[in-house]
Ligand binder design. Structure first.
Ligand SMILES: Cc1cc2nc3c(=O)[nH]c(=O)nc-3n(C[C@H](O)[C@H](O)[C@H](O)COP(=O)(O)OP(=O)(O)OC[C@H]3O[C@@H](n4cnc5c(N)ncnc54)[C@H](O)[C@@H]3O)c2cc1C
Length: 462
């Protein structure tokens, strides 16, 4: 069959792989020559939704993609600046007759897509790739979006899933197109820090991790997923975020691992995509209108202690220190740490959301917002405000030997793990050099209940 186009651009975004890349496959099917490109953002320094560790992971992914394209006889073109301007300049310069890309799932990416559609003089093909079902696909019988996870997940699991496609064997790319070099962290004025211990990024690394996860972690997932001391979860979130593995391939292969729970976790990801799609206001305010305008406290010393892992609550400090070093935190600990910020320190969940986004390699706007609002008790399918996790008893349940805590808080290495399960008595620190708890959990819990109750009563006029 003759190709529709002589030459087309494929714009890589959150799809940094060659295997089963829907937009790239479509471009290859319809065009004789492909110009693969990646557009570098021009920000430097602090940013609301990303940070240095995440950008380092992105650099790895881009270096890997560039090398993989070269293997197929192609070349990844890097440009920097306003995304639509740069794409249109590339089209004009190369005579490309179409642009292919995979859709984004957040409102920022989607507004760029809308602008591109408006301004492009050539056809723009936007494909679905990052999810198994479009964020507007799983709806209730009456056509309205789900607000609660369980019925959403039932319908999501029942729906037939698209199967993964093959990896392309060759890609023809015209020569002589100008490109910036493969970016390094310094491109954004950032530098690696000595204490970092990050997973390497890229399609090859992602596939190795997927193989490892499919071999042991996913089959044993239901037993180990809540234990932060064990690597008992798949550890694939950063690869799903950056598209270094395909969600279709992961789903298909994980389906034969006999973990019903694992597939349900993948549904959580798409539940939050759907929430963000239908209710983009969640990025600014509480999903549940009852909780808008809650009186959060001003961030001060307690926020600084939380951000540096020095609250005197071992499980909270271990979580934050894991995040600062690795750009990852175990899901169980994310919940404990997030509830602690909102329910023990009475600080706005948006502060925690931003802090996580600036440190997580897997920082995903929809899931991060969903996780924070869930923990704060303000979100879709949120834990009701009166269900407040106790960091001491959570430790007893999920890290009884204190292995996770000792891994991340060296001051506590020689300490009896039972001491991580109750507050210290008589103002005696658990270990030399380790702070006393910055608050009393019982007291703060009562305050939270009072704050929520009073707020609800005021809103309903009682
Ligand atoms: C406060 C808070 C913030 C969070 N921020 C993010 C974020 O920015 N990016 C992110 O990918 N996840 C986020 N999560 C969800 C979850 O913690 C991570 O997806 C998970 O820890 C990643 O580890 P894993 O790949 O080993 O997960 P596994 O347990 O192996 O799960 C498999 C996959 O399912 C998805 N998933 C699992 N749990 C959830 C969940 N609760 N919500 C959405 N997707 C889920 C992820 O894509 C994950 O890779 C957050 C959770 C909380 C409580």
């Amino acid at each position: 069959m003759a190709a529709t186009y002589q030459r087309a651009v494929h714009w890589f975004r959150r799809d940094l792989r060659l295997t089963d890349n829907t937009g790239l496959q479509a471009a290859l099917a319809q065009s004789q020559e492909i110009i693969p490109c990646y557009l570098l953002s021009g920000w430097s320094g602090s940013h609301r939704w990303t940070g240095a560790k995440r950008q380092k992971f992105l650099c790895d992914c881009l270096a890997s993609l560039a090398a993989n394209l070269e293997h197929l006889g192609s070349r990844l073109i890097f440009r920097r600046g306003s995304q639509v301007d740069e794409l249109l300049a590339l089209v004009e310069e190369t005579g490309a007759e179409a642009i292919f890309l995979n859709s984004d799932v957040d409102p920022f990416g989607q507004s760029v897509e809308a602008e591109l559609m408006r301004r492009s003089p050539v056809p723009v093909h936007i494909c679905d790739d990052a999810f198994l079902h479009r964020p507007d696909e799983i709806l209730k019988d009456d056509g309205t979006p789900y607000r609660v996870y369980t019925p959403f997940s039932k319908r999501w699991l029942q729906r037939e899933k698209r199967r993964p496609a093959e990896r392309p064997k060759a890609i023809r790319t015209p020569s002589g197109i100008g490109s910036l070099p493969v970016p390094e962290l310094s491109h954004w004025g950032l530098a690696e820090e000595d204490h970092w211990d990050l997973l390497p990024g890229g399609e090859r690394e992602g596939r190795l991790r997927m193989r490892e996860a499919l071999g042991t972690r996913i089959p044993d997932y239901d037993d180990h997923r809540d234990l932060p001391a064990v690597t008992g979860t798949s550890r694939l979130s950063q690869d799903l975020r950056w598209g270094t593995i395909s969600i279709r391939e992961l789903y298909q292969r994980a389906s034969s691992c006999h973990s019903a729970q694992y597939l349900k976790e993948l549904a959580w990801r798409e539940f939050y995509f759907s929430i963000l799609h239908h209710f983009p206001e969640v990025l600014a305010e509480e999903f549940n209108p009852d909780w808008r305008g809650l009186p959060w406290e001003e961030p001060g010393e307690t926020f600084e202690a939380w951000k540096s892992g020095k609250t005197g609550f071992p499980i909270v400090d271990a979580g934050i220190r894991e995040l600062l070093a690795t750009g990852f935190m175990h899901n169980r600990v994310r919940m404990i740490v997030a509830m602690f910020l909102t329910k023990d320190l009475h600080l706005d969940w948006r502060l925690g959301e931003q802090f996580f986004a600036q440190h997580l390699l897997d920082g995903e706007i929809a899931s991060n917002n969903g996780g924070w609002q869930w923990s704060a008790g303000t979100g879709a399918d949120a834990a009701p405000y009166f269900r407040i996790q106790n960091p001491w008893s959570q430790t007893k349940r999920f890290d009884p030997q204190g292995e996770y805590i000792k891994r991340w808080v060296p001051e506590l290495v020689g300490v009896d793990p039972k001491r991580f399960q109750v507050p210290p008595e008589n103002d005696r620190p658990i270990a030399k050099g380790y702070p006393l708890p910055i608050v009393d959990h019982g007291e703060e819990r009562n305050r939270t209940l009072e704050i929520f109750k009073t707020h609800k009563a005021a809103r309903s006029g009682h």
